[in-house]
Write a protein that binds this ligand. Structure first.
Ligand SMILES: NC(=O)c1ccc[n+]([C@@H]2O[C@H](COP(=O)([O-])OP(=O)(O)OC[C@H]3O[C@@H](n4cnc5c(N)ncnc54)[C@H](O)[C@@H]3O)[C@@H](O)[C@H]2O)c1
Length: 240
């Protein structure tokens, strides 16, 4: 199996969960040092690659039975101030790279007659927030790509689903909390309550392991009928 962004918060928890379940895991990430650390702690095979580079994707293993499209970045700015180059980079990493990886791995899954594609999307793949144009656009596109994959791949024993987390305790979110606390001159707990937990029924951040557990569950034979779905792991955010 292959996990992108496997050195970061959610990806690293996925790598650990699948490795503990006995899977042979390929870990792909752009951050060389974290990739080596994450591989050492899990026994996964490390691949340092920038997934915005199609040539780097061409060098990754193609013979994998499970693909977890997880790598992602965020940039926050109103549309008139949003740098177009950053917009393009976010689409390349979060939409084009999953598409190119699917082109690589689906033929092998079809030949095997079994496969699982898990796309780590977001509540922002289901709804929008201001100042996150590139992220929201990319996650909505990933939701569409996941559904098309589900329709094309079902006859080959391959499922494709999205997981849609709310705010997860990872560097992506803890960095934003620290920034806002600094800017507003208030404590990180106050920022977390005010901004990050304002819309959830469960009043805490999600742990990366809670997302990884859903990813692992989706990859069991018991989940063969579940495809084309978007599964919120959001503490009730989208229920409201
Ligand atoms: N943290 C959250 O609250 C949250 C919520 C919903 C969805 N998500 C999604 O979960 C996924 C993982 O997020 P996270 O919170 O674990 O973030 P993270 O920043 O902890 O990890 C992301 C990983 O992706 C890697 N990465 C970034 N650019 C890359 C590139 N060009 N090529 C290869 N790897 C690259 C980073 O090095 C990092 O290890 C993302 O797609 C994110 O959008 C996160």
């Amino acid at each position: 199996m292959l996990v992108t962004g496997g050195a970061g918060g959610i990806g690293r928890a996925c790598v650990r969960a699948f490795a503990e379940a006995g899977a042979s895991v390929h870990l792909v990430d752009v951050d060389e040092r974290s990739t080596a650390e994450a591989a050492a702690e899990s026994g996964a095979r490390p691949h340092t690659a920038d997934l915005t580079d199609p040539a780097a994707i061409d060098r990754l293993p193609s013979d994998v039975d499970i693909l977890v499209n997880n790598a992602g970045i965020q940039h926050v700015a109103p549309i008139p101030d949003f740098p177009p180059e950053m917009f393009r980079t976010i689409q390349t990493l979060m939409v084009t790279a999953p598409f190119l990886l699917l082109r690589r791995v689906l033929p092998g899954m079809y030949e095997r007659g079994w496969g699982r594609v898990v796309n780590i999307s977001s509540v922002h793949g289901l709804r929008a927030s201001p100042h996150k144009s590139a992220y929201v656009a990319a996650k909505h596109a990933l939701e569409g790509l996941s559904k098309v994959t589900a329709l094309e791949a079902a006859a080959h024993g391959v499922t494709s689903n999205c997981i849609d987390p709310g705010y997860v305790r990872t560097p992506l979110v803890t960095g934003q909390i620290a920034d806002q606390a600094r800017t507003r001159g208030i404590g990180e707990d106050a920022v977390t309550d005010d901004v990050f937990l304002a819309r959830t029924a469960v009043k805490r951040l999600i742990e990366p392991e809670e997302v990884a557990a859903v990813a692992a569950w989706l990859c069991g034979d018991h989940a063969a009928y579940l495809t084309g779905a978007s599964i919120p792991v959001d503490g009730g955010w989208t229920a409201a």
